[in-house]
Design a protein around this ligand. Structure first.
Ligand SMILES: [Zn+2]
Ligand SMILES: [Zn+2]
Length: 169
């Protein structure tokens, strides 16, 4: 078990140059080609949440997504922006508006999603954040969305606000 009070950068993926500071940190794709910097507190960090909706299940190839939202004014592409592939659709998005997903073209990691309905912010993925200590502290989910779609073998996160459907801010 890693010590929980210090930055913790375990061997994970191809890059080893992630960092975290007092108020910002990096998120890197699996192969290391794409790296972002984002704020770990307000006003740039908007929210943190887990989403169980059917769309999140499919796009993560897992049972839920663990996300955080960042104001685009506070999001920096350190490298690899031109290595991102965009794919969007609106059919399975609750708002009916386009959601565009940005994947690393080399390794396929989904780095962020952008909603047409919420221009100005990007939805990043907690699992791409290099300092794993942040997964448990500043980026710990504050909300749980679409709990009506949660798999039966998973229980509610203790002390985390529960929403049956969308409530992502
Ligand atoms: Zn990659
Ligand atoms: Zn979702």
């Amino acid at each position: 078990m890693a010590e929980k009070s210090k930055p913790y950068f375990p061997l994970a993926g191809g890059a080893d140059d992630g960092w975290s500071k007092e108020d910002s940190a990096t998120a890197t794709c699996y192969c290391g080609a794409v790296q972002l910097a984002f704020p770990t507190q307000g006003p740039g960090l908007l929210s943190t949440f887990v989403c169980h909706c059917t769309d999140c299940r499919k796009i993560t190839a897992s049972m839920f997504a663990s996300n955080f939202t960042v104001a685009n004014t506070h999001l920096t592409h350190i490298r690899g922006r031109d290595n991102l592939t965009a794919y969007g659709q609106s059919r399975t998005i609750a708002s009916g508006k386009l959601m565009t997903n940005y994947f690393c073209s080399t390794c396929g990691t989904l780095m962020y999603r952008v909603r047409e309905a919420s221009a100005g912010m990007s939805i990043l993925r907690i699992g791409t954040v290099d300092d794993f200590h942040l997964h448990e502290t500043k980026l710990k989910p504050r909300r749980e969305l679409y709990v009506k779609d949660r798999v039966a073998w998973l229980s509610a996160l203790e002390g985390v606000e529960q929403f049956g459907e969308q409530r992502s801010r």
